[in-house]
Design a protein around this ligand. Structure first.
Ligand code: PLP
Length: 495
């Protein structure tokens, strides 16, 4: 199956293999790659998945998308990616039912955030894609991160042959633990730089760098090719579809729903990758009814889903859920492509670039609203949700997951929602220890490392090993650049 651009594929006539789409990251005309059609589960296939291990399911689901990879090959990558030394507690865990919600804990990997689910597998897909496309140049992965992608990508790509990785994070826009995790990263093929500005400034500049003809020369002279490990890369997205299929099957296995009965899904959303993966699972045939798109105070998606008008011309807020502090949500483009088609998407994305906003037509809005609900949750409510969930259920959630939990509650209240809700739990509470500790106790601490100990004592749980470790490692990276300084910094790194 071939991959085409979300922005009117006919204009550039670009149709490439999965391996090529993963290698390139971004389509030639600036759009995102999508498979020509979403593969379908066959009659009885979901039932046949019930006995499968996580790795076996991953191989089966991903093979439907990446048709130039064999199932055996994918099974060996998945076996390595989700192995017990990386996921000692298993790939994912489902919480007990809490007020009608089941939390899918996606953070039992090496960096304690859900990004590991994709970024432990994707480097293997990329390395294989380079081979499959007979690529001899060095693949340089450039990542803009709002905090969690950066570390997960560094961890996934460190030491991978034929690959270099440079991560840009917004100075002051990530938690202290997130920053420490990144600037202490080991490995000879990695670089980490802080950027003045916020995540959107860094991501927008990176997108420009990818299509900059002048800079492309520098890259060619260094015998390198640029690619992306952000969720604009399809190789990042497809591993995420797997855990939605798996967690639905978990609900069936534990007897909460019968096979084929619908459930709702709630996802704390930033760049729209995670919730899009859930939607793709539905398009394949998993019985999901409605998607609750949960935002923090940066509620650009809530407004869009409610009105059809997208505008990034608004105040940007730094919140206690920094991985969702995003105003330009890249993967929304893929959803719009799926429901409205590539010709419309091209026009909307041009309007977004040129005017900072766009409005979809009434049919598109109706289609969107038939499956998506948008809610958001402010800072006070986020903290209150963390405290209430812990006090009432003894269940500790991080700030991002709390945004989702609160939005799921709003949805249930407003709609009288009757179905169980699968809520994506996207980070370990320890990754945002200071904010979580303050939510529980009302006590503020500026010392993020002390907060780890305080939270462990308060919650009666140990600090996850990977987080405890990063506080003891030496800092390797101290560079801060402006957006104009990103090109020279990359040039120096790839030389
Ligand atoms: C990245 C991230 C999100 C947002 O996910 P998207 O796929 O960008 O929508 C939410 N929570 C956490 C903890 C994250 O790291």
């Amino acid at each position: 199956m071939n991959y085409i651009s979300t922005r009117d594929a006919r204009l550039t006539n670009e149709s490439v293999s999965a391996a090529c789409a993963i290698k390139r990251g971004l389509a030639i005309n600036g759009g995102l790659y999508m498979p020509r059609r979403i593969p379908q589960l066959e009659e009885g296939e979901l039932a046949s998945f019930l006995p499968l291990s996580y790795e076996a399911l991953a191989a089966k689901v991903i093979a439907k998308y990446l048709t130039d990879f064999t199932e055996e090959e994918l099974l060996s990558y998945a076996g390595l990616a989700y192995s017990p030394d990386r996921f000692p507690e298993g790939a994912i865990a489902l919480s007990p039912e809490i007020g009608g919600q089941f939390f899918i804990e996606l953070w039992h990997g090496p960096t304690c955030a859900f990004k590991d689910m994709a970024l432990q597998l994707m480097p293997r897909l990329l390395a294989a894609s380079l081979k499959k496309t007979a690529e001899h140049r060095t693949a340089v992965i450039l990542v803009a991160t709002s905090g969690d992608t950066g570390k997960a990508a560094l961890e996934g790509f460190s030491g991978v042959d034929g690959v270099k990785i440079q991560v840009f994070y917004p100075k002051g826009g990530v938690s202290r633990v997130q920053e420490l995790q990144m600037v202490t990263q080991e490995g000879g093929n990695v670089k980490v730089s802080a950027v003045e500005g916020n995540f959107d400034t860094a991501q927008t500049e990176l997108k420009r760098i990818f299509i900059d003809k002048e800079f492309a020369k520098t890259v060619r002279e260094s015998e390198a090719i640029l690619t992306s490990a952000n969720s604009i890369n399809f190789g990042r997205l497809v591993p995420q579809v797997v855990y939605y299929v798996y967690s639905y099957l978990e609900l069936v296995r534990c007897g909460r729903v019968s096979l084929g009965s619908p459930v709702d899904v709630c996802v704390p959303t930033g760049n729209f990758g995670n919730i899009l993966a859930a939607y793709m699972a539905k398009r394949m045939g998993v019985p999901f009814r409605r998607f609750i798109c949960a935002s923090n105070q940066n509620n650009v998606l809530t407004d869009f889903i409610r009105t059809g008008h997208y505008t990034k011309k608004r105040d940007f807020h730094l919140t206690i859920s920094p991985s969702m502090d995003i105003l330009v949500s890249s993967n929304l483009e893929r959803l719009l492509y799926l429901i409205a088609g590539d010709e419309k998407v091209r026009l909307w994305m041009r309007a977004l670039r040129e005017t900072g906003e766009y409005t979809v037509d009434p049919e598109t809005l109706a289609a969107l609203q038939s499956e998506f609900s948008g809610y958001f949750c402010g800072e006070t409510e986020t903290k209150e949700t963390i405290r209430r969930t812990f006090d009432s259920f003894g269940y500790l959630i991080d700030t991002h997951t709390a945004v989702a939990a609160n939005c799921a509650e709003q949805y249930r209240r407003e709609t009288g929602g009757d179905l169980p809700i699968l809520t994506a739990s996207t980070a370990s509470p320890f990754k945002f220890a200071a904010a979580v500790y303050e939510a529980l106790t009302g006590e503020h601490t500026d010392d993020a490392l002390k907060a780890l100990d305080l939270l462990a004592a308060r919650a009666g749980r140990p600090i996850p090993a990977p987080l405890a470790a990063c506080t003891k490692k030496p800092v390797r990276f101290t560079e801060t650049v402006t957006t104009d300084g990103m090109r020279p910094s990359i040039a120096e790194f790839i030389r």
